[in-house]
Design a protein around this ligand. Structure first.
Ligand code: HEC
Ligand code: HEC
Ligand code: HEC
Ligand code: HEC
Length: 248
C-alpha cells in the first residue's frame, strides 16, 4: 500500500515536471537523462543537430562500461567497474591541507576512485567519443567543444586544460572520518537522500568523491537538480546535501 502511494506520488511528480522544463536529474533512471547518449537530445545543447551522433555504438552503457575488454586500448578495466574509457592524465592543483590548514582528514594527492571516472569526461581533456574501439575526434570532441560550447559550464574544474585547478571544487578523495573531524556526521549511521544508503557506501574507501553528491545513473537524484542525491533548496531544510555530512 505504502509502495503504491509512493508510486502515485512519483508519477504525479514526473508528470508535473515534464509539463514544465525537463529536469536534468529526476530520479527516474539514466534513460532520457543528460547521461543518455543514445537519444539525440541534450538538455543543455538542445539546439545542436543530432547531438549524440558521435555515439556510433548506439548503446547506453558502453560509453562508460563494457562487459569484455577485448584488449582494446590497454587495460582500462584497471580503473574498476569495467571502465571503457581512457582516463585523464592531467595533474590537478588540489583543495588539500597545503591549501587550507583546517583540513583534517587523510586525502589522496590526486583525485582517485570514482572521481577519476567522472573526470574522464568532465575535466575537458579527453574526447567524449574516446571509448570502446573508437579513437575519438580529439579536442573538437571534448566537454568544452562537443556541442559548440554549450557544455562549458559542465567543466569540472572550470578553466584551461593543462593547469587544472581543483581549489574551486569541494575537496575530493578525502576520507570522512568523524573521529578525525568531529563536525562531521557519522558516515555509518547517516542516510544520504531517500535511498536509505548510508554515506559510507558511496565510495569503497570511505572517501568523498563526485558520486558522494551526484548520482551518475539518475536513479536516486532529487527532482530538478544536477543529479544531486539531496535537494539543496528544500523550504525549512536548506542546503540539506551539505548538512547530511557537515554538522553546521
Ligand atoms: C561519457 C562522459 C561522461 C562521464 C563519464 C560522466 N559524465 Fe556527466 N555529463 C556528460 C555530458 C556530455 C553531460 C551533458 C549532456 C548534455 O547536456 O547533453 C553530462 C552531464 C552531467 C551533469 C548534469 C549537468 C546539468 O546540466 O545540470 C552532471 C551533474 C554530471 N554530468 C555529473 C557527472 C558525474 C558526477 C560523473 C561521475 C559519477 C559523470 N558526470 C560522468 C558526460 C559524462
Ligand atoms: C556516463 C557514464 C556512465 C554510463 C552511461 C553508465 N554508467 Fe554505470 N557507472 C558509472 C560510474 C561513474 C559509476 C561509479 C559511480 C557510482 O557507482 O555511482 C558507475 C557504476 C555502475 C555500477 C556499479 C555500482 C552500482 O551503481 O551498482 C553498475 C552495476 C553500473 N554502473 C551499471 C551501468 C549500466 C547497466 C549502465 C547502462 C544501462 C550504466 N551503468 C551506464 C558511469 C556510467
Ligand atoms: C560536496 C558535494 C559535491 C561534490 C563532491 C561534487 N559536486 Fe558537482 N555539484 C554539487 C552541487 C551542490 C551542484 C549544484 C550547482 C552548484 O551549487 O554549483 C553541483 C553541480 C555540478 C555540475 C553542473 C554544473 C554546475 O557547476 O552547475 C556538474 C557537471 C558537476 N557538479 C560535476 C561534478 C564532478 C565531475 C565532480 C567530481 C570531480 C563533482 N561534481 C563533485 C555538489 C558536488
Ligand atoms: C559526502 C559528505 C559531504 C558532503 C555532502 C559535503 N561535504 Fe564538505 N566536506 C566533507 C569532508 C569529509 C570534508 C573534509 C573535512 C576535514 O577533514 O577537514 C569536507 C570539507 C569541506 C570544506 C573544506 C573545509 C576546510 O577546512 O577547508 C568546505 C568549505 C565544505 N566541505 C563545504 C561543503 C558544502 C558547502 C557542501 C554542500 C554543497 C558540502 N561541503 C557537502 C564531506 C562532505
Amino acid at each position: 500500500m505504502k509502495k503504491a502511494i509512493m508510486f502515485m506520488f512519483a508519477l504525479v511528480l514526473t508528470l508535473g515536471l515534464s509539463s514544465t522544463v525537463m529536469a536534468v536529474g529526476d530520479g527516474t533512471g539514466i534513460v532520457g537523462s543528460a547521461h543518455d547518449f543514445t537519444d539525440g537530445v541534450s538538455p543543455r545543447g538542445g539546439a545542436v543537430a543530432s547531438p549524440d551522433a558521435w555515439n556510433t555504438s548506439g548503446e547506453l552503457c558502453r560509453v562508460c562500461h563494457v562487459p569484455h575488454d577485448h584488449g582494446v586500448a590497454g587495460q582500462r578495466y584497471l580503473n574498476g567497474l569495467l571502465w571503457n574509457r581512457d582516463v585523464s592524465t592531467e595533474t590537478y592543483t588540489m583543495y588539500n591541507n597545503t591549501w587550507s590548514a583546517s583540513i583534517d582528514n587523510d586525502q589522496l594527492t590526486q583525485p582517485g576512485g570514482i572521481s577519476k571516472l567522472c573526470l574522464s569526461c568532465h575535466d575537458g581533456s579527453v574526447a567524449i567519443d574516446r571509448f570502446d574501439t573508437y579513437t575519438g575526434g580529439g579536442s573538437s570532441m571534448t566537454m568544452e567543444n562537443i556541442y559548440g560550447g554549450a557544455l562549458d559550464a559542465l567543466m569540472i574544474p572550470d578553466g584551461a586544460v593543462g593547469a587544472l585547478d581543483m581549489r574551486g571544487t569541494h575537496p575530493l578523495s578525502i576520507r570522512f572520518d568523524n573521529t578525525v573531524d568531529v563536525l562531521l556526521n557519522d558516515p555509518n549511521a547517516t542516510a544520504m537522500g531517500t535511498s536509505g544508503n548510508i554515506i559510507d557506501v558511496l565510495d569503497l574507501d570511505q572517501r568523498v568523491q563526485c558520486s558522494s553528491c551526484h548520482d551518475v545513473h539518475n536513479q536516486e537524484s532529487a527532482p530538478g537538480t544536477n543529479f544531486l542525491r539531496v535537494q539543496q533548496d528544500i523550504p525549512g531544510n536548506p542546503s540539506a546535501l551539505c548538512r547530511t555530512c557537515h554538522i553546521k
